[in-house]
Design a protein around this ligand. Structure first.
Ligand SMILES: C[S@@+](CC[C@H](N)C(=O)[O-])C[C@H]1O[C@@H](n2cnc3c(N)ncnc32)[C@H](O)[C@@H]1O
Length: 230
C-alpha cells in the first residue's frame, strides 16, 4: 500500500500559515507583556482598567486568604490599578503599596487622594527587592500576578519576611510555571515559577506551614501560596 512519507500539502500550508501568524503577533505579545511588567502611557492605563475585571476573582481569593483586619499594617507589591489596595484600606487596615510603575502610582494617587491624605495608604515606587517597612512592622503582605517580573523574587520574599512581625503572613497569587505559558506572554518578560519553586522561596525565607491552593473554578493554572511566619 502507498504510504505518504511527507505531510499532505494542505497540512504544510496551514502549519506555515500558523507560523507566519505567530511570528507576526510576537511583537504585539512582547509589547503587551512589557506593559504588564510596567504599565505606562495611555495603553498602560487602559490595560490596568481591563485588569480590574480580569484579575478580580484571583485578587478576591488572595484577600480572603490574607484576611486583613482593621488596625493591621499590610503591604501589597505590584498593586497595578489598586482595586485590592483600596479594598484592604476599606477593611480598616493601613496599606503600604509598592509599585515599579509611576503611571500606576499616580493613577491611584489621583483616584484615591482621600486615602493618601488620611494616611491610610502609603505609596512607594520600587521594584520590591527592598520592602519600605522596618523589621517586624507589617502584619501581612500580598502580591497578585506580579512576581513574574521581580528582578529577584527569592530576595523579595526574604525581605518581606524581614518586614513581617513574628506571626505575620504572606499570600502570593500567580500563574504557575508547570502549566503551559500562554502564547501572548513573552517568555523573556514573564518568568513563571513553578509552585515548587515558590514554596522553596517561602521556606528558605523562614515561612512555616507553606500551603498551595488551587481554585479550578477560577483558573486551573493559577496558584495561591500562603506562608505563616510563626
Ligand atoms: C499584571 S499587573 C497586576 C496588577 C494587580 N496586582 C492585579 O492583580 O491586577 C503587574 C503589576 O506589577 C507591577 N510590577 C512589576 N514588577 C514589579 C516590581 N518589581 N515591584 C513592584 N511592582 C512591580 C507592574 O507595574 C504592574 O502594575
Amino acid at each position: 500500500m502507498f504510504r505518504r512519507s511527507c505531510p499532505a500539502p494542505g497540512t504544510v500550508r496551514s502549519s506555515l500559515r500558523a507560523r507566519i501568524v505567530a511570528g507576526a503577533l510576537r511583537p504585539v505579545g512582547r509589547y503587551l507583556s512589557g506593559q504588564a511588567a510596567r504599565p505606562h502611557g495611555v495603553v498602560g492605563y487602559g490595560l490596568s482598567r481591563i485588569w480590574i475585571r480580569e484579575t478580580a476573582a484571583v485578587n478576591d481569593v488572595a484577600v480572603a486568604l490574607l484576611a486583613p483586619e482593621a488596625g493591621e499594617r499590610v503591604a501589597e507589591i505590584g498593586f497595578g490599578p489598586g482595586r485590592t489596595l483600596a479594598r484592604i484600606a476599606a477593611a480598616g487596615a493601613e496599606v503600604v503599596g509598592v509599585e515599579v510603575s509611576e503611571a500606576m502610582i499616580s493613577s491611584f494617587a489621583r483616584s484615591h487622594a482621600e486615602l493618601l491624605a488620611a494616611g491610610r495608604v502609603h505609596l512607594h515606587r520600587g521594584d520590591g527587592t527592598t520592602i519600605p517597612a522596618s523589621d517586624g512592622s507589617l502584619d501581612a503582605a500580598l502580591a497578585v500576578h506580579t512576581l513574574y517580573f521581580w528582578p529577584d523574587p527569592a530576595a523579595t520574599v526574604t525581605d518581606i519576611a524581614r518586614a513581617l512581625r513574628a506571626d505575620g503572613r504572606l499570600v502570593l497569587a500567580f500563574r504557575a510555571g508547570e502549566h503551559p505559558t500562554p502564547a501572548r506572554f513573552d517568555p523573556d518578560i514573564y518568568h513563571l515559577p513553578t509552585t515548587t519553586e515558590v514554596t522553596q522561596w517561602l521556606t528558605d525565607a523562614g515561612f512555616k506551614d507553606v500551603q498551595i491552593q488551587n481554585h479550578a473554578d477560577i483558573s486551573h493554572a493559577v496558584a495561591w501560596a500562603i506562608g505563616f511566619k510563626r
